[in-house]
Structures are given as structure tokens and as C-alpha cells.
Design a protein around this ligand. Structure first.
Ligand SMILES: Nc1nc2c(ncn2[C@@H]2O[C@H](COP(=O)(O)OP(=O)(O)OP(=O)(O)O)[C@@H](O)[C@H]2O)c(=O)[nH]1
Ligand SMILES: [Mg+2]
Length: 325
């Protein structure tokens, strides 16, 4: 049997219900989707795959190919590792920073684009896209048309919206081909899926890259929310129902951006917080990027102590600006 699932790209198999690509023997002839995708599409089930495809395997394949690359990351998950993966793709490519409609409304997106190019040293074109609807996808469609690109890979970080983009482009092009599976958990797409939208445009969906030092293996892609706090000297905040703690040694306003849901995404914490053994000194106007969780924008210079191992944290200049000394 050589068929692959239109939803996730896994090869069909009829032997093991618990492995990817399973379809019941009786349905095998006509099935377009494996059981896992069928259940995600029709019953809204959220199921992560057990083992994501290796980043190296994807990059090697792409670098041997001739096609253009569209690379997606959502602005919440932009970090050095993602940029390194992007730069390791030695092809003509464009970086699409997605879910930008969720940025605070006062943010000048053109400045964010310039910031990303300068701070991360990206020479390739960068485009900000927002909205999982045809409006956001139309700009990508127009871009491909203007560059005369007829075939492209859609690569990027898991859960960044690659399959959604393909489905929106299917709608825009008026094609009736089967849609790919979209889900708010990571690792939905399991292998490459070639989608021929028209005579002039073929796109290839791909499994997402997973961030190595991510603190979160349940990247449920809910809405990104911004939480504002005024920290006073020696106050502590706890994140995500008392999982992570940050103590500030000086007064500073902060904003925490995350798409993770918790009863208390962030709150002030007045007891002695456990495990505050790692400290970082930051200047005003930086983001503390907590891999897999989001980022905290910090306005003023301070020393922060935390229970998080520093390999999960990156300090960068603030993406949205706003030093407040
Ligand atoms: N807010 C917002 N959500 C989006 C956007 N694009 C996609 N999403 C949501 O992000 C989640 C992941 O979308 P997918 O298209 O499955 O992401 P993917 O990159 O294909 O993920 P994998 O196949 O797991 O690598 C879904 O809940 C989408 O509805 C966007 O532009 N804005
Ligand atoms: Mg996908």
C-alpha cells in the first residue's frame, strides 16, 4: 500500500491502530485521511504525534531540492534557534512571521519587521502575516505571484500555521483539492504533503521543527495574550499556576506574552518562592524569551532570579521597543 494521508502525510497502514497512518482494512481503498486525522477533523480531537521528524532530515532534503521555501514562525516563538534553522536552509526563501494580528494594537509592525531583520541579522525578505483567514494568506499568494514562484515548500516551527496557510491558499485559488489537517497541538503534520492548487501553483506542506530547549511539549496554540504588571523591588511573580517564578530586585513595569492557558497565567506571589537559584542581570528594554512559553518584556534595568534553568532563557532587545529608565 503506497497511499499517504492527505491530512498529515503519513503513509497508510492497516496493522496497528496506535501507530500513525492507520486506516481500517475495509476503508483503505477509498480513504483520503488516516484515522488520526479523521478524528481531528470531525471530532476536534487534539492528538500529538509521538516522535517529530528530525530537523536535520528535513533540512537535508530541502537543501538538495530546487524549490523556493516559505518559512513560518509565530512571533511568540521567534528565538535564536529558530533563526539558526532558518539560516541553515540554503535556498531562496522568505521568512513569514505569523499570528501578528495578536500583537498589541499600538505596535508598528513595520518596525517589528526591521527589528527582526537587524537584531537577528536576516538578509532574506521578511513578511508579517496575521489572521488565519484568506486575508492574511492573500498577501502570501500575491507575493508568490509577483515573484513568479510556482512551487514552494511551506516549512517552519510546529504549530506556526503552515497547514492553515496551505488551506487558506487552497480557498483563494478556488481549488477543490483535499485540505490538510490543522490542529492546535504541535506535530500535526507528520510528513511532506504535495498539494497541487492549480496548474501554476504547487505547495508542499511539511512537519514542523521542534525547539530543543523548549519548556513546553504541549504547545496548544491558543490566542496570544499580553499581561501587564508593575513590579516593585523584591517582588516575585509566578507563571502558569505557580510553575515558574521570577523575583525582581528593582521596580519595573513588565508585560508577559504567552499563548498558554492556566488559571493564573501570571500573578504576584507573596510567599518565599522555591528554587530561585539562577540569576540574570538585564538592562531596561529587553525581552526575556522563555522557550516554549512566551516572553516577558522588561522596561527597567534589574537583576532577576528564577527557578528556570538558564538554557531555557534568552535575553534579547525588546521586540516591541519601550525602554523606560
Ligand atoms: N491567531 C492565529 N492563529 C493561527 C494562524 N494561523 C494558524 N493559526 C492556528 O495555529 C494552530 C496551528 O495551526 P496549524 O496550521 O496546524 O500549524 P502547523 O504549522 O501546520 O503545525 P504542525 O503541522 O503541527 O507543524 C491552529 O490552532 C490554527 O488555527 C494565524 O494567522 N493567527
Ligand atoms: Mg501542519
Amino acid at each position: 500500500m503506497n497511499k499517504i494521508c492527505y491530512g498529515c502525510g503519513a503513509k497508510f497502514q492497516t496493522k496497528d491502530k496506535n501507530q500513525v497512518g492507520y486506516v481500517p482494512e475495509a476503508k483503505c481503498e477509498d480513504a483520503r485521511y488516516c484515522m488520526r486525522c479523521f478524528r481531528m477533523i470531525h471530532y476536534g480531537e487534539e492528538r500529538a504525534a509521538t516522535t517529530p521528524k528530525e530537523a536535520k532530515e528535513i533540512i537535508n532534503k530541502i537543501n538538495k531540492d530546487y524549490r523556493f521555501v516559505i518559512f513560518l514562525v509565530d512571533f511568540l516563538n521567534l528565538n535564536k534557534e529558530v533563526v539558526e534553522i532558518f539560516k541553515s536552509i540554503k535556498k531562496e526563501k522568505v521568512l513569514i512571521v505569523n499570528k501578528c494580528e495578536l500583537m498589541p494594537k499600538h505596535i508598528n509592525q513595520e518596525r517589528v519587521r526591521e527589528f527582526i531583520a537587524n537584531y537577528y541579522g536576516i538578509k532574506d525578505p521578511i513578511r508579517l502575516k496575521g489572521g488565519n483567514n484568506s486575508h492574511g494568506a492573500k498577501s502570501v499568494y500575491n507575493y508568490l505571484e509577483s515573484k513568479n514562484i510556482h512551487e514552494a515548500y511551506i516549512l517552519g516551527i510546529s504549530n506556526s500555521g503552515k497547514s492553515t496557510l496551505i488551506n487558506d491558499l487552497i480557498d483563494i485559488s478556488g481549488s477543490i483539492v483535499s485540505k490538510t489537517t490543522v490542529n492546535n497541538k504541535a506535530n500535526t503534520t507528520l510528513d511532506f504533503i504535495r498539494v497541487k492548487l492549480s496548474r501554476d501553483l504547487t505547495l508542499i506542506d511539511s512537519p514542523g521543527f521542534i525547539i530543543n530547549n523548549s519548556l513546553n511539549d504541549d504547545t496548544t496554540g491558543k490566542l496570544i495574550t499580553a499581561y501587564n504588571f508593575n513590579m516593585k523591588e523584591c517582588e516575585t511573580i509566578s507563571l502558569l499556576d505557580n510553575t515558574y517564578f521570577f523575583k525582581f530586585d528593582a521596580d519595573t513595569p513588565i508585560t508577559f506574552y504567552t499563548n498558554l492557558t492556566a488559571k493564573k497565567a501570571i500573578k504576584k506571589y507573596f510567599k518565599a518562592a522555591p528554587g530561585l537559584v539562577n540569576s540574570i542581570e538585564v538592562l531596561g528594554g529587553v525581552d526575556l524569551v522563555i522557550l516554549g512559553i512566551g516572553f516577558i518584556s522588561i522596561k527597567k534595568t534589574c537583576v532577576i532570579t528564577t527557578n528556570i534553568d538558564l538554557k531555557h532563557i534568552e535575553v534579547r532587545k525588546s521586540m516591541f521597543g519601550g525602554k523606560d529608565e
